[in-house]
Ligand binder design. Sequence first.
Ligand SMILES: NC(=O)c1ccc[n+]([C@@H]2O[C@H](COP(=O)([O-])OP(=O)(O)OC[C@H]3O[C@@H](n4cnc5c(N)ncnc54)[C@H](OP(=O)(O)O)[C@@H]3O)[C@@H](O)[C@H]2O)c1
Length: 243
Amino acid sequence: MKKIILITGTTAGIGKVAAKALAKQGHTVIIHGRNKDNAQAVCKEIKSETGNNNVDTIIADLFSFADVKRMSEEFKVRYERLDVLINNAGALFGKYRETTTVGLEKTMVLNVFSPLLLTEFLLDVLEKSPSARIINTSSATHKIAEKPNFSDMQHEKNYSSTGAYPLSKLYTIWLTRHLAVELKKRGLKKITANVLNPGVVATRFGQDSDKGFINNMIFKIALLFMTKPDEGAATTVYLATSQ
Ligand SMILES: NC(=O)c1ccc[n+]([C@@H]2O[C@H](COP(=O)([O-])OP(=O)(O)OC[C@H]3O[C@@H](n4cnc5c(N)ncnc54)[C@H](OP(=O)(O)O)[C@@H]3O)[C@@H](O)[C@H]2O)c1
């Protein structure tokens, strides 16, 4: 069965490669981006390279919860059901703590809260699918996460980019496990919750932010040895489509 698949963070990296592979398989793919021109350029590229015209765009800045809500409402106006939600967008920020316009720490907002909120808002359309799946994106760095401090989840007292990122990916695993239980409790038996680690993939990830001289150098050199994005998207594509 051809699926309706929404994937966040599709203007670059793993998300873009995964979207292209899924479109190639004939699924309806909704490209998400925060910048309209970038999202439309990716949409055009995927349509022309795959010959699949069922590729659409949806715009939202995931630093804004209002945008996440608007995006979910817009999705429901256009589509009656959602078969696969891939929460892929994510980032590692710089050495200084950055906040969104409402003062929330960016790593937590982008990697944890917005995917959680988007999932919650889309549960009703996921339930309309005969068999839906939610796919969250974690990272092997969850293994090196510090002990969480639940009274400082915004990293106000203690922030480092290399501390905030692994923790956000540990929370992603915990929240996915919690979601699996919650879905059963709410009687949403047709939806499954999945979480993946894409591996270490040579994308723009972590390259733009200033993590300090040594970390910046490590990231640049490591690019040479990392998995190419095509392979890095394999797990995402597998989870979205495997029986
Ligand atoms: N690459 C790796 O080695 C690696 C390893 C483990 C896990 N991961 C995870 O895999 C996922 C994808 O990473 P990637 O390597 O493909 O990174 P990437 O190349 O940097 O792409 C990140 C995507 O997220 C989007 N994004 C960032 N901030 C956003 C915002 N505020 N609102 C909307 N979209 C936003 C970016 O959009 P713009 O183009 O607008 O910036 C881009 O499309 C992330 O969750 C990352 O944590 C990556």
